[in-house]
Ligand binder design. Structure first.
Ligand SMILES: Nc1ncnc2c1ncn2[C@@H]1O[C@H](COP(=O)(O)OP(=O)(O)OP(=O)(O)O)[C@@H](O)[C@H]1O
Ligand SMILES: [Mg+2]
Length: 340
């Protein structure tokens, strides 16, 4: 087993062969070994002053043999022990102890790697949140500062046009026409950054996104509400309204990537989206009837869309399942647990 000890907690990271997972009773064994700072080999615990009194030696599981190799972190700090226990006395050759030390070093490296990976994941999730907030801020500024002023300018020009008798009518009309283009351009940028519909909840957002996708791709996209009643019921359901804006944004960004993939890769004619309240979360299924994803495509380098979906979901304890087969389309099943 790997027994990890820090100032606040003691826990068993990995344990095999010992049914008993009682970490309180194991703690004194591990602390005792950790303090020695070298391999501890107790060939027969009954012959050892300290061990012979331990409850795991005098009662079940009747430990008779105990080895602990210290696990030292990168800076030499002690993080715990790699322990081997048995119910009968044993002895070890030196080379076996050396091998256990190598195993202990590898365990430390794996633990470090796991810790770094968790840190990177947390950092990526944090950056996603910041990006989302930043998008929201820029969209709001564009709307409040630029959008409002452009509208005011258009009203001024329209008033001038109404009062103008002849000479400037043509250039004023041109200016209003160009201004309309700029206003709709700004609106598109705001929508791309962060569609205001996100504030209206998940159902409205999904509906809006599918309509936009249909318009742009000529691929039919519908919501299937057959399992959950009619669309209005689904839309009004308290569960969809209880989602935070951040959760709606997460599902929206995932849907965006899935639809972009369908447009770019699937050669599909139909997309069906199903939303369901399942257990303590929301399940969103996105099915297309396209060419399917090959195993090679799933392992391609420098493709970050599906990885991004997985990581986004992992950060909020959700999951992604991909069901696909050549010529049979693709179904992404996304599960997002609701915060308690
Ligand atoms: N719905 C789909 N139908 C068919 N193939 C798909 C579908 N979705 C993804 N793929 C395949 O899976 C690969 C990986 O998708 P992923 O979204 O991770 O990367 P990408 O779209 O190629 O690049 P990006 O990083 O810009 O998203 C795609 O290159 C494509 O071959
Ligand atoms: Mg993609």
């Amino acid at each position: 087993m790997l027994a990890l000890v820090n100032r606040h907690r003691h826990y068993l990271k990995s344990l095999t062969g010992l049914d008993q997972q009682d970490s309180d009773r194991l703690l004194p064994l591990c602390v005792h070994a950790a303090q020695s700072n070298d391999a501890v080999v107790v060939e027969d615990t009954l012959l050892h002053d300290w061990f012979s009194q331990h409850s795991m030696v005098t009662s079940a599981p009747y430990i008779r043999f105990f080895v602990a190799i210290p696990l030292s972190g990168a800076n030499g700090e002690l993080t715990g022990n790699l322990c081997i226990l048995d119910r009968q006395p044993r002895s070890l050759y030196n080379w076996q102890i050396e091998n256990l030390k190598i195993l202990a070093r590898q365990s430390v490296l794996l633990l470090e790697l796991g810790r770094k990976q968790n840190n990177l994941r947390a950092l990526a999730a944090h950056q996603e949140n910041i990006k989302e907030q930043e998008r929201q801020r820029i969209a709001r500024d564009l709307h409040d500062e630029l959008g409002q002023n452009l509208l005011a300018l258009k009203l001024d020009l329209t008033m001038m046009l109404e009062q103008e008798s002849a000479n400037l009518k043509l250039p004023l009309n041109d200016a209003i026409y160009n201004l309309n283009g700029v206003i709709s351009g700004v609106r598109n940028i705001i929508n791309d950054l962060r569609p205001p519909v996100l504030e209206l909840g998940l159902y409205a957002t999904v509906e809006w996104q599918l309509k936009k996708f249909e318009r742009q791709s000529q691929i039919r996209a519908v919501i299937d509400a057959s399992d959950t009643g009619n669309a209005v019921e689904v839309c009004d359901s308290a569960i969809y309204k209880s989602l935070s804006t951040m959760q709606v944004a997460t599902l929206f960004r995932i849907l965006q990537e899935a639809l972009t993939n369908i447009r770019r890769h699937a050669r599909a004619s139909n997309v069906v989206l199903r939303l369901q309240h399942l257990g303590h979360g929301i399940e969103m299924r996105i099915c297309d009837d396209g060419i399917g994803i090959s195993d090679d495509a799933l392992c391609k380098h420098q493709c970050y869309g599906l990885i991004g979906i997985r990581e986004r979901l992992r950060a909020c304890r959700g999951s992604l399942q991909i069901d696909t087969a050549a010529g049979q389309g693709t179904t992404l099943t996304i599960y997002l647990p609701l915060a308690k």
